[in-house]
Write a protein that binds this ligand. Structure first.
Ligand SMILES: [Zn+2]
Length: 453
C-alpha cells in the first residue's frame, strides 16, 4: 500500500538500515523524505500569521523541554478534517479543521505537547519494532490516513480506514504522550486544562457524528483511562500560573482560515452583527476590520481598526494589522509608526520585522527592507518567507552572491536539496571562498553533501 502511494519506493529503501531501530539521523532523513512526499498530497496554508501562530506554540513548548536532537518544523494543512500528526524526526502537521474546532490556544498547545512527545520519545519506532522499513510504511500510512468523510472525498475509503487504524498508537504510548505533553505545555506557560478541553472537544465531535470518527481519534484513541490520567496529571501539577498571552490569537487565526477559504462576505456579516450586539468588544471590531481589509474595503477597515484600538491598546497584533492596512493604503508614515509600536511591544516577534520589510519594499528602500527581513530570519530560522524575500531583494540590488545564498536557504527549507546545492555553488563562485558569507555557503554546501552520502 505504501508503495502504491509513495512514488519512488526504491529510493526510500536503499539508504536505510534493515536492522536495529532507526537512529536519530535516520529519523531526520525520514522527516525530510516525508515532507517531500507530503507537498504532493497536501495543500499548506500560506499565511504568515497562521504559520507563525503554530510555530510560536511549538517553539514555546520545545524551549520548556531543553535541548532537542531534531530541528522541528510545523505545518498547517488546508483541510477541514479534525486531525494532526507527528512524523519521526521533528515534523508536526496540524489540519486547519482542528484549529477551527479548538476553543482556545491552550487546547492547541495540548495537542502540540502530545505530538512533540510522540517525536521526542521516538514512539513510532517503538511501535513499529526494530525494522526500519516498517517504520517507513507507518509513515506512508500517515499520508493515507483520513476520517470516513475525508476518505470518501478522496475515494480511498477502505485503504484510508485500514491505514488509519494501523498507525494508531498503543495505549501505553498515548498515556506517555498525555502525561509528558501536559507537563511540558504547563512548563511553557499554557493552561493544562486545555489538554483536557481538547479531549472533550473530540468526544463531542464523536457524539455529534458517531459514524464519521475524526482521523485524530482513530490514530490517538481516546479512552476513559486517558481522560482520567490527564485529570490526574493536571491535579498533580497543583496551582499553575498560566502565562498564556493575554489576548488569545486563536479567534483571529480561525477568521484567517475562513478568509483563505473565501468566506469573506460571511465573516463580515457575522462580525457586523457581533459588533452591533457587543459594542465594547475590541476583538470583534479587530476581526471585522481584518475581513474588510481582506476584501479591500480599506476605509471601513480603518475605521473599525481604530475603534478596536480605542477599546484596547495592549494588543501588539492590532497595531501590526493596522500597520499593514496603512502599508496597503500607501500611508507609509502611519504604517511605520504602527509597526514600530508593535515591535516595541513584542521585540522578538518576527512578523513585526517581516511586515516592516514589506513596507520598506513599497517605499523602495531595498537595503533597509533586507535588514528587516534579516531580523525576521534570525528570530525564526525555519520560517521560509524571510529568506524567500531576501533572495529576491538581493537580486534587485544586484548582489547576486547574496541572492543565490538566500534562495538556497529558502530551497533548503522546502527540502529541495539539489536546487539548493546548485545555488550555493553559484553563491560561492560569486562571493569567493575567502569572504565570510562565501565561507558560510561553503560549509553549508559541505554539510549538504555529507548528508547525502
Ligand atoms: Zn497520540
Amino acid at each position: 500500500m505504501t508503495c502504491l502511494l509513495i512514488t519512488g519506493c526504491a529510493s526510500y529503501r536503499s539508504p536505510l538500515p534493515s536492522v536495529s531501530p532507526p537512529g536519530e539521523d535516520e529519523e531526520t532523513r525520514i522527516s525530510r523524505e516525508f515532507r517531500r512526499e507530503a507537498k504532493k498530497h497536501f495543500t499548506y496554508i500560506n499565511n504568515p500569521e497562521i504559520e507563525r501562530y503554530i510555530e510560536r506554540i511549538g517553539q514555546r513548548i520545545l524551549s520548556a523541554m531543553g535541548p532537542q536532537p531534531f530541528d522541528y518544523r510545523f505545518f498547517v494543512i488546508a483541510d477541514p478534517q479534525l486531525n494532526a500528526f507527528a512524523v519521526p524526526g521533528g515534523s508536526v502537521f496540524f489540519y486547519s479543521g482542528l484549529i477551527e474546532r479548538a476553543k482556545s490556544t491552550s487546547e492547541i498547545a495540548g495537542v502540540m505537547g502530545h505530538e512533540i512527545v510522540h517525536i521526542k520519545g521516538r514512539h513510532m519506532a517503538r511501535q513499529s519494532g526494530p525494522d526500519a522499513i516498517s517504520l517507513l510504511s507507518l509513515v506512508g500510512m500517515l499520508l493515507l490516513a483520513r476520517s470516513g468523510a475525508g476518505a470518501q472525498a478522496a475515494g480511498v475509503v477502505g485503504q484510508a480506514v485500514s491505514a488509519t487504524r494501523q498507525i494508531a498508537y498503543s495505549r501505553q504510548l498515548e498515556m506517555e504522550a498525555d502525561t509528558l505533553g501536559v507537563r511540558y505545555m504547563t512548563a511553557a506557560g499554557y493552561d493544562p486544562a486545555g489538554s483536557l478541553g481538547f479531549l472533550k472537544t473530540l468526544d463531542q465531535e464523536r457524539s455529534l457524528n458517531p459514524i464519521d470518527v475524526p482521523a485524530y481519534m482513530m490514530t490517538h484513541p481516546i479512552t476513559q483511562e486517558r481522560v482520567a490520567n490527564v485529570q490526574l496529571v493536571i491535579r498533580s501539577l497543583g496551582d499553575v500560573q498560566s502565562k498564556s498571552e493575554v489576548f488569545d490569537q486563536l479567534k483571529k487565526i480561525q477568521v484567517l482560515i475562513r478568509l483563505a477559504r473565501q468566506e469573506t462576505d460571511k465573516v463580515i456579516d457575522e462580525f457586523q452583527k457581533l459588533v452591533a450586539q457587543t459594542p465594547g468588544d475590541s476583538a470583534a471590531f479587530h476581526l471585522l476590520a481584518l475581513a474588510q481589509h481582506h476584501k479591500g474595503q480599506m476605509s471601513q477597515a480603518k475605521a473599525n481598526y481604530e475603534k478596536a484600538l480605542k477599546l484596547n491598546q495592549e494588543d501588539a497584533g492590532l497595531y501590526r494589522d493596522l500597520g499593514r492596512l496603512y502599508t496597503d493604503s500607501g500611508d507609509f508614515g502611519a504604517a511605520r509608526s504602527m509597526l514600530d509600536k508593535a515591535s516595541s511591544m513584542e521585540p522578538k516577534e518576527p512578523l513585526n520585522y517581516f511586515y516592516l520589510g514589506e513596507l520598506l519594499e513599497k517605499e523602495n528602500d531595498l537595503r533597509a527592507a533586507a535588514g528587516a527581513y534579516l531580523n525576521a530570519q534570525q528570530l525564526s530560522p525555519f520560517w521560509d518567507k524571510p529568506p524567500a524575500r531576501l533572495g529576491t531583494i538581493y537580486g534587485n540590488l544586484d548582489r547576486l552572491g547574496d541572492a543565490y545564498y538566500y534562495r538556497a536557504r529558502f530551497l533548503l527549507l522546502q527540502d529541495e536539496d539539489e536546487r539548493a546545492m546548485a545555488d550555493l555553488e553559484k553563491a560561492i563562485k560569486i562571493l569567493g571562498e575567502n569572504s565570510a558569507r562565501g565561507q558560510t555557503a561553503k560549509d553549508e554546501l559541505n554539510n549538504l553533501r555529507a548528508r547525502r552520502r
